[in-house]
Write a protein that binds this ligand. Structure first.
Ligand SMILES: [Zn+2]
Length: 211
């Protein structure tokens, strides 16, 4: 195999891996603290860090009141005084699940992609001089790469036929998210055959007795 081809293949494998992490995020139970910690620790910088922090919000009046009370407050201190809301990852995940169901439409992709850019720049630039280039966002997140990849290879974004989880298919024939699901589904088929066979035997015996 020539170098160029090898390189292209390695890149495709990396993209599949990124997309598989995206599926993990789509399936993640955000109420499970340990699971969330595990994801954050193992896939650090997959999405902007601010995704995981509570979203701080306020009404215009609340903001004005805070400025009046604390005229010299820094924007970071002000942020801490605002009411905490759910972390942005919650909305991001909802949109991601939506994208999975609707085949990564342009609209679904756009909001996912821009959420990553907006939050990465917000975390760096809040309170400082914001240049147009900064705001538009120049950082590249693995999550964004994976979203674009799935938008092109839509066939890869699937639901497991056994457990219903979202997963990324590495080849077209893939129907299950894991070897466990594949195995249990095969066992189920065998079990079904077995019970079917038993059923047939029983009805044969019964019909014989009737005779
Ligand atoms: Zn499964």
């Amino acid at each position: 195999m020539n170098e160029e081809l090898k390189h292209a293949q390695a890149r495709a494998e990396d993209l599949v891996k990124d997309a598989q992490v995206l599926a993990k995020l789509a399936n993640l139970n955000l109420m499970d603290r340990a699971g969330v910690d595990y994801f954050q620790h193992n896939f650090k910088d997959f999405v902007p860090e601010r995704f995981w922090e509570p979203w701080r919000f306020s009404t215009k009046e609340e903001l004005q009141k805070a400025w009046q009370e604390f005229p010299n407050i820094s924007s970071e201190e002000l942020r801490a005084k605002l009411r905490p809301g759910p972390p942005p990852v919650q909305k991001f995940q909802e949109w991601l699940q939506d994208a999975w169901r609707t085949g990564f439409s342009l609209n679904a992709c756009l909001r996912l992609l821009s959420a990553c850019s907006v939050f990465s720049e917000l975390s760096l630039k809040l309170g400082g001089d914001v240049q147009f280039e900064d705001f538009v966002g120049q950082s590249e997140w693995p999550a964004q790469r994976a979203i674009l990849f799935l938008a092109v290879d839509v066939w890869r974004a699937r639901f497991c036929q056994r457990c219903g989880k979202m997963f990324v298919a590495d080849k077209t024939g893939r129907k299950f998210c894991s070897s466990e699901c594949f195995a249990t589904s095969r066992k189920n088929v065998k079990r079904l055959w077995a019970s079917d066979a038993r059923e047939k035997q029983r009805s044969k015996k019964q019909s014989r007795r009737k005779r």
